[in-house]
Design a protein around this ligand. Structure first.
Ligand code: G16
Length: 543
C-alpha cells in the first residue's frame, strides 16, 4: 500500500456549525481543504486500527469526488473496512441506521442538507459517532482546533474505487464494501410501522404525494411508498436524485416545496402530501389545503405514538429544541412523561436518547425523529403520519383540530431573514440583548414580559454547557419571541425570528397564524429595529 504523507497548511475557517462543516463547493475544492478537515477528524476520533467506518452522502455536486478522497484517506489512516452506499449515496438517517446496525466505529456523511447544490452551491461534511448520531460539541471543537494546526495528511495512492456495484473490493489493506443504500433503512421502517394498515388504507383509495425534491429520498420513497406500501407509480414526485437538485432548493417548507404545495392546494388535491430535504432528514407534512407546523407534528405524533407497533409500549420522554413550540410539552404533561428543552441541533438529543430518557425528538426546522436512529428522519415522520391516519380514519386537518381542541393551540411561525450582512445581523442581536436588563415587567399592549435571557443548556447526562443559543423574551401568558442566528448558512448571516402564542379557545383555532401573531410580530420589530438595521422590509421565508 503506497501511503503518501502530503504537506498542507492549516485552515482557520473549518469550524463546524449547527450540523457539520458547510461551505461553498468551491471552498471544498480548494487544494487540501477537504483533506485537512478529514485528517483532523481522523486524528481526533482515535479509531483503533482495523475499525469500520460508514461513508455516504446526499449525492450533491462533489459527492463522488469527495467519497474517493475519503476512501483513500481512510485506507491510509488504518481503517479496516468502509461500508459505502452504492454510488456514494446514503441519506442521513440511513447512514445513522447502518452505523448502528453494523456496530461501526462511526461514519462520515457528506451533505449540506437543505442548502442548494450544484457547482456553485454548497457542500458539507460531518462525523457521526458509534451511536449513529452527530458528533457532540467536544468532538467538533477538537476537530476544529486540530484543523488549525494540521500540517500534513495521509492518503493512499491508488485508482478510484468502483462504487456502482454491491460487493467488496480492496483498497490497499482496507476493504470497501458497497452496500444497498435503501435496504437496511427500509427494513427498519417496516419493523416500526403497521405497513399492513397503511397498505389497506392506500388500497381503499387514500391518495398521497411525496416530493423528493430531486434529492436523496427519491429511491427511498420509491422503494417504501410505491413498492412496499403499494402506492401507485407517480406518488413520489421529483424522485430522481440530481447533483444540483434540478436547480431547486431542497428545503421542505412552504416556500421551496412550492410544487407540492400547489398540488395540495389544488382542486383535486390528494389526502396527504409530504416532502423531504437534500439528505432526507427533514420533513414537511401537508393535508388537503392544510399545513402542519413541525412543532404540531411532533405533538401529534407524541399524542398518538402508541398507534405504531414500534412505539406501542409508550414513550420514555420527549425533547424539543428551544425555539420549537411548547405543543409537545403539553402532550408530555398529560402523558406524565418528561419533556426536555435543548439548544438547536440534533446532536443535543443524542445523550438523552442514549440514556433512554426520551423516545421522540423534534425541531421547528422540519425535523422529527426518534431513538430508532440518532438523526432526524424525514420518511420516518411521513410513515408515522400514514400509520396514524390509517388507524384513526380521519383527515390530517381533523386530526390536528381535534388535537388543538384537547390541548390548546400553540400558534407558531418562524420568519427567516436570509443572506444578511453579518455585522447587521449581529447588530440586531446586540441591540435586543442590550434591552434585557430593563425588559422584565414591561407591558407591550396585552403582553407583559416575564423573562428574557440568552438561552444556555446544561446537558443532564454529561454536564456539558452550551451558551449563546438564542435570545428569548417570554411573556406572562406563555407567548414567546426568540431571536437566533442560524448556524447552517454559508452566505452572510441568517437571522431567525420565532414567534409563539398560546390559544386555548377552540373557537379561535381556525385563525391564520400570521394574523394571530401580528401583535407579537410588531413587538419583535419594535424591540429589534430589524427593518432599519437590515434594510429588509420582509422575511425571505415564512414558515
Ligand atoms: C440542522 C440541524 C438541526 C437544526 C437545523 C437548523 O439541520 O441538524 O438540528 O435545527 O440545522 O439550524 P439553524 O437554525 O442553525 O440553521 P439540517 O437538516 O440542516 O442538518
Amino acid at each position: 500500500m503506497n501511503i503518501q504523507t502530503v504537506p498542507s497548511s492549516p485552515f482557520d475557517d473549518q469550524k463546524p456549525g449547527t450540523s457539520g462543516l458547510r461551505k461553498k463547493v468551491s471552498v471544498f475544492q480548494a487544494p487540501h481543504y477537504l483533506e485537512n478537515f478529514v485528517q483532523s477528524i481522523f486524528d481526533i476520533i482515535g479509531a483503533v486500527p482495523g475499525s469500520t467506518l460508514v461513508l455516504g452522502g446526499d449525492g450533491r455536486y462533489y459527492n463522488r469526488e469527495a467519497i474517493q478522497v475519503i476512501l483513500k484517506m481512510a485506507a491510509a489512516n488504518g481503517f479496516g473496512k468502509v461500508l459505502v452506499g452504492r454510488d456514494g449515496i446514503l441519506s442521513t438517517p440511513a447512514a445513522s441506521c447502518v452505523i448502528r446496525k453494523y456496530g461501526t466505529f462511526g461514519g462520515i456523511i457528506l451533505s449540506a442538507s437543505h442548502n442548494p447544490g450544484g457547482s456553485d452551491g454548497d457542500f458539507g461534511i460531518k462525523y457521526n459517532t458509534a451511536n449513529g448520531g452527530p458528533a457532540p460539541e467536544k468532538i467538533t471543537e477538537a476537530v476544529f482546533a486540530r484543523s488549525r494546526a494540521l500540517e500534513s495528511y495521509r492518503i493512499v495512492e491508488a485508482p478510484d474505487v468502483a462504487l456502482d456495484r454491491i460487493g467488496a473490493t480492496a483498497l490497499g489493506d482496507m476493504a470497501v464494501e458497497v452496500i444497498d443504500p435503501v435496504a437496511d433503512y427500509a427494513e427498519l421502517m417496516e419493523s416500526l410501522f403497521d405497513f399492513d394498515a397503511i397498505r389497506a388504507m392506500i388500497r381503499g383509495g387514500f391518495r398521497l404525494r411525496f416530493d423528493a425534491m430531486h434529492a436523496v429520498t427519491g429511491p427511498y420513497g420509491g422503494e417504501i411508498l410505491e413498492k412496499r406500501l403499494g402506492a401507485p407509480a407517480g406518488t413520489v414526485i421529483n424522485g430522481e436524485p440530481l447533483p444540483d437538485f434540478g436547480k431547486g432548493h431542497p428545503d421542505p417548507n412552504l416556500t421551496y416545496a412550492h410544487e407540492l404545495v400547489e398540488i395540495m392546494n389544488g382542486a383535486d388535491a390528494p389526502d396527504f402530501g409530504a416532502a423531504s430535504d437534500g439528505d432526507g432528514d427533514r420533513n414537511m407534512i401537508l393535508g388537503r389545503r392544510f399545513f402542519v407546523t413541525p412543532s404540531d407534528s411532533l405533538a401529534v405524533i407524541a399524542a398518538n405514538a402508541t398507534l405504531a407497533p414500534g412505539y406501542a409500549a409508550g414513550l420514555a420522554g420527549v425533547a424539543r429544541s428551544m425555539p420549537t413550540s411548547a405543543a409537545a410539552d403539553r402532550v408530555a404533561a398529560k402523558l406524565g412523561i418528561p419533556c426536555y428543552e435543548t439548544p438547536t441541533g440534533w446532536k443535543f438529543f443524542g445523550n438523552l436518547m442514549d440514556a433512554e430518557k426520551v423516545t421522540l425528538c423534534g425541531e421547528e426546522s422540519f425535523g422529527t425523529g426518534s431513538s430508532h436512529v440518532r438523526e432526524k428522519d424525514g420518511l420516518w415522520a411521513v410513515l408515522f403520519w400514514l400509520n396514524i391516519l390509517a388507524k384513526k380514519s380521519l383527515s390530517v386537518e381533523e386530526i390536528v383540530y381535534r388535537h388543538w381542541a384537547e390541548y390548546g393551540r400553540n400558534v407558531y411561525s418562524r420568519h427567516d431573514y436570509e443572506g444578511l450582512p453579518s455585522d447587521a445581523a449581529a447588530g440586531v442581536m446586540a441591540h435586543v440583548e442590550s434591552q434585557f436588563p430593563a425588559l422584565p415587567g414591561q407591558r407591550f399592549g396585552g403582553y407583559q414580559v416575564k423573562f428574557c435571557d440568552d438561552f444556555s443548556y446544561t446537558d443532564p447526562i454529561d454536564g456539558s454547557v452550551s451558551t449563546g443559543q438564542g435570545l428569548r423574551i417570554g411573556f406572562e401568558d406563555g407567548s414567546r419571541i426568540v431571536f437566533r442566528l442560524s448556524g447552517t448558512g454559508t452566505e452572510g448571516a441568517t437571522l431567525r425570528l420565532y414567534l409563539e402564542a398560546f390559544e386555548p379557545d377552540p373557537a379561535k383555532h381556525h385563525a391564520d397564524a400570521q394574523q394571530a401573531l401580528a401583535g407579537l410580530i410588531g413587538i419583535a420589530h419594535d424591540l429589534s429595529q430589524l427593518k432599519p438595521r437590515t434594510g429588509r422590509e420582509q422575511p425571505t421565508v415564512i414558515t
